[in-house]
Design a binder for this molecule. Structure first.
Ligand SMILES: Nc1ncnc2c1ncn2[C@@H]1O[C@H](COP(=O)(O)OP(=O)(O)O)[C@@H](O)[C@H]1O
Ligand SMILES: [Mg+2]
Length: 281
């Protein structure tokens, strides 16, 4: 299907994220279309995780806009002290402020995993996924745990089991989360993200710390969940084999700015990309 025929799920327009004097993301334009698996790569410190923090509402962008299904969810322009401190581009292009909170953005169908695994360490695999489901409905962990009626509770438990089955974690359901092998902990983190029924899944270095067998499994796993859950996926990853094997398109960031985009083979052979990675490996 031609690229411009595809339905747009996520669009970043001129997104700049400046912390004090540090421009972590510089005038970024990128998009994810429905059903795509898109890679976001670049050397350490390039701004990749910051992009996820902007999309999920953790940081308000300093300038620019983010749209979900063609509807603006975040928009900002340099104001207050930033008016004079701003070092980015396109300062005059955006005049409106709209900033949805992280929980609203989750409810709109965006879920993420973290570069460093974040699980409830002492809880079981089952409980970890169930709590993620609760958190999506209630505002905080206390009301989430105690305020549901029996029917809702039963349904969530069934959905949790269903998810564990689909993600090959059924046999581990009563295991303490941290007792799982590393690769399975990564699966569990993805299961937790899927518990909120996202349409767009953001994965931050899912293969980090995996051995070659685990990262090979992960590649197939990501393709499978995209199909099974009708997801669009944006993924940050350092393992080039995983990125090149699973992504249809790739964006390359260096010092916060986009230096290349294209298919895996286009990006691999791009001199700017090769230069950015020289001396990094
Ligand atoms: N909350 C913050 N305050 C100040 N600087 C930050 C903050 N978050 C990220 N940065 C800076 O932004 C840059 C990009 O970081 P990050 O997005 O984590 O890079 P990557 O994920 O590509 O390794 C780094 O220079 C980092 O120090
Ligand atoms: Mg990072």
């Amino acid at each position: 299907m031609a690229k411009d025929m595809r339905e747009n799920v996520l669009r970043l327009s001129d997104v700049t994220m400046q912390f004090g004097g540090v421009v972590a993301v510089n005038n970024l334009n990128m998009e994810v279309n429905r059903g795509e698996i898109v890679g976001l790569i670049g050397p350490n410190g390039a701004g990749k995780t910051t992009v996820f923090n902007v999309i999920t509402g953790v940081y308000a962008p300093t300038n620019g806009a983010v749209a979900l299904n063609e509807k603006t969810i975040l928009e900002n322009y340099p104001q207050g002290k930033m008016k004079t401190m701003y070092k980015g581009e396109n300062a005059g292009k955006y005049g409106k402020v709209q900033l949805l909170s992280p929980d609203k953005i989750t409810k709109m169908g965006v879920a993420r995993t973290f570069q460093n695994i974040r699980l409830f360490k002492e809880l079981s695999v089952f409980e970890n996924v169930l709590i993620a489901k609760h958190m999506n409905i209630k505002a905080n962990v206390f009301s989430a745990t105690f305020m549901l009626n029996h029917r809702e509770e039963k349904q969530m438990q069934e959905e949790t089991m269903e998810l564990l089955k689909l993600l090959d974690l059924e046999k581990n359901k009563d295991d303490v989360a941290t007792s799982l092998p590393y690769g399975k902990q990564r699966h569990l983190e993805i299961a937790r993200a899927l518990a909120t029924k996202p349409q767009l899944l953001l994965l931050d270095e899912p293969a980090a710390g995996m051995n070659p067998q685990e990262s090979d499994d992960l590649m197939h796993f990501i393709g499978r969940i995209r199909d099974d859950f009708s997801l669009s996926i944006l993924m940050i990853e350092h393992h080039m084999q995983v990125v090149m094997g699973v992504c249809e398109r790739i964006y390359v960031l260096d010092y916060g700015a986009l230096i290349a985009e294209g298919t895996p083979s286009e990006v691999q052979n791009n001199p700017k990309v090769i230069e950015a990675y020289l001396g990094v490996d």
